[in-house]
Design a protein around this ligand. Structure first.
Ligand SMILES: [Zn+2]
Length: 227
């Protein structure tokens, strides 16, 4: 399957799972730069729903958290900062961040990626960037999510400005404001359920704004007030 290469050639990032090429540098970067907390915050928490409601994960405060690999009511999964590793006293699974990803991917997808696939995932996700092609190819976790954090941040920026301009625009009829607010609510719900792509949501809103503004001839344009 994957092979190690000795030189410092950059990975092409175009391979499917079977042709993922892991360099020593990639493997080293993954273990040196990606901490267990980073993996929790970016990969585990977004996928665990309300599981962490009772014991929120905050590694600055507590180094023992509820185990993401087995269901438990009280935290028994310990993080060891000095070795960037974890061990669960409940299910007795432990290891480095690569091993954590292998276990977690197995739990979510039903199959455990081999070590090279796990390194490729972590490298692409955290170091090379989330939107690279290979990231989508090496894991099903990414495919299940329609939006990256970046998409959401970008959308929220647009949404914030729109909501501000609707709220403060005295020339806008109340009924139109209400239509737009209700659309915003619906879109928020769809986004929180990951049922719509952020770019599509933004387009939908823009189209609706255009439509309503044409409809209401009093309004020349929606002003963006920023901060
Ligand atoms: Zn466990």
């Amino acid at each position: 399957m994957a092979k190690f290469i000795k030189d410092d050639k950059q990975p092409t990032g175009t391979g499917t799972i079977k042709s993922v090429t892991i360099s020593k540098e990639m493997a080293a970067e993954v273990s040196n730069k990606i901490t267990i907390p980073m993996y929790f915050y970016n990969v585990i928490l977004p996928q665990m729903g309300s599981y962490y409601d009772n014991y929120p994960v905050d590694f600055d405060q507590k180094i023992v958290v509820c185990c993401p690999l087995h269901d438990e009511d009280t935290p028994s999964c310990r993080y060891y900062e000095s070795t960037n590793s974890f061990y669960c006293f409940g299910c007795q699974k432990g290891g480095d961040v690569v091993q954590l990803h292998r276990y977690f991917a197995e739990k979510m997808n039903g199959t455990m990626p081999d070590r090279d696939e796990a390194i490729a995932f972590l490298y692409n996700y955290f170091i090379k960037g989330r939107e690279s092609e290979s990231f989508i190819q090496v894991t099903q976790i990414a495919q299940e999510k329609l939006n990256t954090d970046k998409d959401i941040v970008k959308f929220n920026f647009y949404r914030y400005n729109l909501e501000q301009s609707i709220s403060f625009d005295n020339t806008l009829k109340q009924e139109i404001k209400e239509q737009l607010w209700s659309l915003l609510d619906n879109i928020d719900l769809l986004l929180s359920l990951d049922k719509i792509k952020a770019v599509e949501a933004e387009k939908l809103l823009k189209d609706k704004v255009k439509e309503l503004i044409t409809f209401d001839s009093n309004i020349k344009k929606i002003k963006y007030k920023g901060d």
